[in-house]
Design a protein around this ligand. Structure first.
Ligand code: HEC
Length: 103
């Protein structure tokens, strides 16, 4: 093996060793609270009229969870690596009980 090739292999190994760790760290502690998830993900569509308004409609917690996991027509599905189950429950409860947004 040439010196150059060996360096390339080493560089590749280092990359593989680091990348999954970063992904995991991001998935595990990524969301501070349901409002954070709503602002960073849902709000990109649901606060700008791409998706229907969610707040203040007393939508069922189960319905919200299923919609997020399965997707709905133009809305993509979100996986546990996007929003984990405990946070999805909190998010659904937050939306279900939230007051109507001011705008
Ligand atoms: C890429 C844009 C987009 C994102 C991001 C998005 N949605 Fe949606 N969502 C939509 C669209 C569009 C619809 C309407 C689908 C239809 O009925 O045609 C929808 C529908 C819904 C519905 C059904 C509402 C109803 O009145 O039937 C719920 C509940 C919902 N979204 C929750 C969420 C939650 C919670 C998040 C964040 C985790 C989220 N959505 C993120 C686009 C999005």
């Amino acid at each position: 093996m040439t010196k150059l090739k060996r360096m390339a292999v080493l560089a590749g190994t280092a990359f593989c060793a680091v990348a999954p760790g970063q992904v995991h760290a991001q998935a595990a502690g990524q969301w501070a609270n349901p409002t954070h998830v709503y602002t960073k993900i849902c709000g990109n569509c649901h606060e700008i009229g791409v998706g229907p308004r969610l707040k203040g409609r007393k939508l069922e917690v189960d319905f919200i969870q299923q919609t997020v996991r399965r997707g709905l027509k133009a809305m993509p599905a979100f996986r546990v690596t996007d929003v984990d189950d405990p946070m999805l429950v909190k998010l659904a409860e937050f939306l279900s009980t939230s007051e109507r947004a001011s705008k």
